[in-house]
Design a protein around this ligand. Structure first.
Ligand code: ARG
Length: 474
């Protein structure tokens, strides 16, 4: 337990010999140790410590402005709080939570005047404030982490405009695409995640202090001034809602779940790609693990863990939705259970984004394997059908003709880019010499130059747009 810098000056807790409880006036018996252990959230809500101090300083200043504390009292409280902040949160399980810890330490440090800090405030509005301050800061950190990952994705995309690989549907080779186009698909997904977090910041930006336990503040505290001091642009409008609302946590956890779902799909792609069967990527040894038994193994555990941790984040979302679903207004202690899933999710997201950033900047793409896979199979079948369409055949008929050609190609093990014009004409008289210009991966890709297509020219335009956007949001 922290002793403080100047223990001699410190007062004893109000009731020596037993852990101090704010409600000892009402409850005559010392809490059962099991009760303390079961109810205490200090082991995890100590993470809110810096925000609790910040909110307490703002509250002390507001009390002083409304004449509820003298200038001297406010100064003593603020100094005490700053000293406690410098010492760090080192309480024990007998501190019910971080709020009681700070108040206990304050009274020990500066004496009874410390007991004036909680005037007009409840832990119910206090914890709502702390949680919003915490989540505002962590959302910004995560937005920055997504941004870093996006920058690495753009670097990789620019380096691989002309790297071709099969695009898949049903995990079957479908049509040739540029690797840059593939990478930018993940850019788009996490861009939506980034803007979802940004949007959540709007609803986080309401300051709940002043709601009291539930009914509001009886003293003339200037809530707007407190909001300004703490960096909020508005205050919550209804005290009942303010102390019982955890929508902002649900919203964050759902944005987090969608983000993890995207990272998990990406991880799944790359787990497949790193297999011998695909061989599209090679991960550096320092980002892989081996087997304790099979000497030959090099495993993509980081990607598997991202995929696995996604379940954990979905679990957090469901934990909170379930905690909230039956709660009568207003504050109920159930709400204390919001913190472990929230804190865990923030850490999981930070780690997963960091790992994905490392992977994307260090992965080696096996261009040869990708090119070979693009040439095998019948990836140009749709282009051939499209060719016949340009010669006047209805698409449905063109599809049937090329379908038969694919069957013939498979039977003869001779892919149709290698067919002669005579062989092509056996299937349709519409085939002319110009078909050969179109029967290549590069031609197939170059044709798809509409907005959002895989043509290099479209991708380049897209990258320019993205770079402007990223620069603006930096
Ligand atoms: N530790 C509690 C929480 O995290 C805050 C305390 C409110 N407790 C109470 N009895 N009103 O929600």
């Amino acid at each position: 337990m922290a002793k403080g810098k100047n223990p001699k000056k410190e007062r004893k807790p109000p009731s020596p010999g037993r852990p101090w409880k704010a409600w000892e006036g009402r409850l005559s018996e010392k809490s059962d140790p099991d009760v303390e252990q079961f109810t205490s959230s200090f082991s995890f809500d100590r993470r809110l410590f810096p925000y609790d101090i910040m909110g307490s300083i703002a509250h002390a200043e507001a009390l002083s402005c409304s004449g509820l504390l003298t200038g001297e009292e406010a100064k003593a409280i603020v100094c005490g709080l700053k000293e406690i902040a410098a010492e760090g949160a080192e309480g024990s399980a007998s501190d019910e939570d971080v709020h009681m810890y700070v108040e206990r330490r304050l009274i020990e440090k500066i004496g009874e005047v410390g007991g004036k800090l909680h005037t007009g405030r409840s832990r119910n509005d206090q914890v709502a404030l702390d949680l919003r301050l915490y989540l505002k800061e962590e959302s910004k950190n995560l937005i920055g982490a997504i941004y870093n990952l996006q920058e690495r994705l753009i670097d990789a995309a620019e380096a691989h405009l002309g790297t071709y690989l099969p695009g898949y549907t049903h995990l079957q080779r479908a049509q040739p695409i540029s690797l840059a186009h593939y990478l930018l698909a993940y850019y788009e997904m996490i861009e939506r995640d980034r803007t979802r977090l940004l949007d959540g910041l709007k609803r986080l930006d309401q300051m709940p202090l002043g709601a009291g336990a539930l009914a509001g503040n009886p003293f003339s505290i200037d809530r707007l001034a407190v909001a300004r001091t703490l960096g909020f642009s508005s205050v919550t409008a209804n005290s009942l809602d303010a102390v019982s609302d955890r929508d902002f946590v649900v919203e964050f956890l759902s944005a987090a779940s969608i983000l993890m779902m995207h990272l998990s799909r990406w991880a799944e792609d790359w787990i497949l790609w790193s297999s011998c069967e695909f061989g599209f990527i090679e991960l550096p040894d320092k980002l892989c693990t081996g087997s304790s038994m099979m000497p030959q193994k090099k495993n993509p555990d980081l990607l598997e863990l991202i995929r696995g941790k996604t379940g954990r984040v979905y679990g957090a979302l469901f934990t909170l939705l379930t905690v909230l679903k039956g709660l009568p207004l207003t504050y109920n202690r159930d709400l204390q259970e919001d913190k472990p899933p929230l804190f865990d999710t923030v850490e999981t997201l930070k780690n997963s984004l960091r790992i994905m950033t490392l992977l994307v900047s260090q992965v080696r793409f096996n261009e040869k394997r990708m090119a070979d896979a693009t040439e095998e199979g019948s990836l140009l079948a749709t282009d051939l059908a499209d060719y016949l369409v340009t010669k006047g055949l209805p698409f449905r008929e063109a599809h049937r003709v090329v379908g038969k050609m694919v069957r013939a190609a498979l039977a003869s093990a001779r892919p149709f880019p290698r067919w002669t014009l005579a062989q092509l004409k056996e299937h349709s008289p519409l085939f002319q010499e110009d078909v050969f210009r179109q029967m290549s991966t590069a031609a197939s890709i170059a044709k798809r130059r509409g907005i959002g297509g895989t043509a290099i020219s479209s991708i380049q335009l897209e990258i320019q747009k993205i770079k402007r956007l990223l620069k603006k949001s930096k």
